[in-house]
Design a protein around this ligand. Sequence first.
Ligand code: GAR
Length: 200
Amino acid sequence: MKNIAVFASGSGSNFQAIIDVIQAGELDANISILVCDKPNAYAIKRARVAGIPSFIFNPKDYTSKEDYEKDIATELKSKGVEFVVLAGYMRLIGDTLLEEYEGRIVNIHPSLLPDFPGKDAIGQALDAKVKVSGVTIHFVDKGMDTGPIIVQERVRLDQFETRESLQGKIHSIEHKLYPSTLQMLLTQGGEIYGKKARTN
Ligand code: GAR
């Protein structure tokens, strides 16, 4: 069973979905640590309830991304983390973590990439008045939501779609798609997607 780290910045409903499937025996993984860059994030409470240790940091306490990522990497290594799951983590991953984990970091994004990368993908989709948007799970590289795509699922926007209604549709897709995709990646090593996840 692989040790994974989940990174989150906010509510952590995707983090919760992953906790729930692990507890239900449907995902063969152990969440060794939550990494969170927002000391007031609700995700931290979810970790506490589930008995998962947290590494909480404030980027402002560090002089550079390299400095805080070195601390994160030390934490991950001390916990034997083999795979990193970004679940609403609102920061670009830098060279320090990529050097340790590239090919073994995945992210979920609330649009059909390459459309609407970056912040507020849901607002961007509504502003663009698209009829279809969706969810993308991809490997993480240096860029902003640019890494190799693993899976996408579409969602249709209604005529009177609001931010809340679209967010709800996207979350309900994410909460199923992320756990099932992680199960495939962690048990099959990711080869079926053309980019092999390293498994050392
Ligand atoms: C999710 O919808 C995720 O796709 C998005 O943040 C939300 C976090 O929700 N991620 C991004 O926008 C990354 N660029 P959650 O905290 O309830 O899991």
